[in-house]
Design a protein around this ligand. Structure first.
Ligand code: NAP
Length: 487
């Protein structure tokens, strides 16, 4: 156990969608890592639920395959003894009596119901959990994204879940908030006297948030084509990151203190609607190109629908109308089939007001704080220094590496490790409150409406490029460029 890892209270964690991609690829490995670190009590149970007719042994065999590379088989076998499976259909009553009895056998345990299924099932699952009284006591429900596809559908889900679980029992997960770098952003901002005095329109030139994926839509085509990049990435993950950068200092890390401040940011976002969407947003769709050295098909071919108008890329310029941020653009950019898989926040400071250096010394560059969420989570502060050694005074731009993971020899935990145990502990600080989800939809809705009303198809871009040229023009119009973390 590391210094920070403490045993949590005994719990039963039920994963609806226990055989799905998210559960097998992310949730179970995260739980296994926490088990290896000694945080999971021996009486705790992890229960997978899906319709597939498996038994405990069948489910354990499926997971063994997925987890075997993490650790030696003996430890995995011990972990798997705490894992169970119940075949259930969220939409049918068969088997729910038995399941309720199985959960009821450990009445003192914290109960976590993780809904890792399509959101269409959330209402049915919660209604049945309520019917069988499983929402009582120390019960919590975790909702995976997407929570709706617009404000109305988000409200329908939240209303239905709210009939069974109170707001304090409801954990809306955004795994970006569990990333080490995002928490480090909180510590950098509020644990140092250095940054906060500069953290405003007087000193910051602009902020960029990029979330790039190299993969195409793959087998998620049916879901993705109904969503698109704005709903899939911007409305949730990217706005949450923007809030963490832009919020006022909360009075403490108490869940509502942090979430109240994030909500104020969402309320302060300047509207983007049909009056300005064409200037402030760019939507794109990838076409045939080269990704990771291989030729790949375009989105319409991958999807099998040449008429799809769904965007696989968005770039936009957001502004926050308050005293701290007036006039500071936040450029957001996300897409599939981009040249690299990267998530980063770049805070660019204003240039020095006057250069005292001779032109031969080289160009002065603006300071940048780069928070990289993936790959290689880390923080770099780009500074200008004198090039060391003789040869006159020459300027050099170098990064100060502020991610001490290597120095401390710490392996960065996956975001789900932190967040799953936060649910068990009952700490919702890093989860979205209902009003945040609503405020985010209130801002994103008019953008979607403007695109629909405008009737323009997304701009094509070659797979393996950084999106349509209009995305470059969006930022270059303001005399700025998208970040390239090379200098
Ligand atoms: P998936 O691979 O399609 O898995 C869906 C799971 O739900 C399967 O276990 C499926 O098993 C089960 N299921 C379907 N219908 C059911 C029913 N009527 N009753 C009980 N179980 C049912 O989906 P996923 O990729 O894991 O994603 C799950 C959710 O997480 C989605 O909302 C997705 O948007 C979200 N999410 C996924 C990822 C990711 O990386 N995959 C990331 C972020 C968010 P059976 O068919 O056997 O019932």
């Amino acid at each position: 156990m590391t210094a920070s890892s403490q045993l949590v209270e005994p719990f039963d964690l039920v994963i609806f969608g226990g055989t799905g991609d998210l559960a097998v690829r992310k949730l179970l490995p995260a739980l296994f890592h926490r088990f290896l670190d000694g945080q999971i009590p021996a009486s705790s149970r992890i229960i997978g639920i899906a319709r597939e007719a498996l038994d405990d042994a069948g489910y354990r065999a499926l997971l063994r395959e997925a987890l075997v590379s993490i650790c030696d088989a003996a430890k995995l076998d011990v972990f798997l003894q705490q894992v169970f499976y119940r075949p259930l259909d969220a939409r049918k009553d068969d088997g729910w009596d038995d399941f309720a009895g199985f959960i009821g056998a450990q009445p003192d345990h914290i109960r976590v119901f993780y809904l890792s299924t399509s959101p269409e099932l959330f209402v049915d699952i919660c209604a049945r959990l309520g019917h069988y009284g499983l929402n009582q006591g120390k019960s919590r429900v975790v909702l995976e994204k997407p929570i709706g596809r617009d404000l109305d559908s988000a409200n329908q889900i939240n209303d239905a879940v709210g009939k069974v679980f109170s707001e304090s029992q409801t954990f809306r997960i955004d795994h970006y908030l569990g990333k080490e770098t995002v928490q480090n952003l909180l510590v950098l901002r509020f644990g140092n006297a250095l940054f906060e005095p500069l953290w405003n329109a007087g000193h910051i030139d602009h902020v960029q948030i990029t979330v790039g994926e190299t993969l195409g839509v793959g087998h998620r085509g049916a879901y993705y084509d109904r969503a698109g990049a704005l709903r899939d990435m911007v409305q949730n993950h990217m706005l949450q990151l923007l809030c963490m950068v832009a919020m006022e200092p909360p009075s403490s890390l108490a869940p509502d203190a942090v979430r109240d401040e994030k909500l104020k940011v969402l309320h302060s976002l300047k509207p983007i609607d049909d009056s300005n969407a064409s200037q402030l947003t760019v939507r794109g769709q990838y076409r045939v190109g080269v990704a990771e050295g291989a030729s790949v098909p375009g989105y319409p071919d991958e999807l099998g629908n040449t008429k799809s108008n769904t965007e696989t890329f968005v770039a936009l310029k957001a502004e926050i109308a308050n005293w701290r941020w007036a006039g500071v653009p936040f450029y957001l950019r996300t897409g599939k089939r981009l040249p690299s898989r990267v998530s980063e926040i770049v805070v660019t400071f204003k240039p020095v007001p006057h250069s005292i250096f001779h032109a031969d010394a080289g160009t002065l560059k603006q300071n940048r704080l780069v928070l990289r969420l993936q790959p290689d989570e880390g923080v770099k502060l780009w500074l200008t220094i004198k090039h060391p050694g003789p040869g006159g005074l020459r300027l050099r731009h170098v990064p100060l590496d502020m991610s001490f993971a290597e120095a401390f020899g710490v392996q960065q935990p996956d975001a789900y490790e932190r967040l799953l145990l936060d649910v068990v502990r009952g700490n919702p600080t890093l989860f979205m409150r209902r009003d945040e989800v609503e405020a985010a939809w209130r801002w994103a809705g008019p953008i979607l409406a403007a695109w629909t009303a405008g009737g323009e198809a997304p701009r094509p871009y070659a797979a393996g490029s950084w999106g349509p040229s209009a995305a470059v023009a969006l930022i270059e119009r303001d005399g700025r460029t998208w970040n390239e973390d090379s200098e």
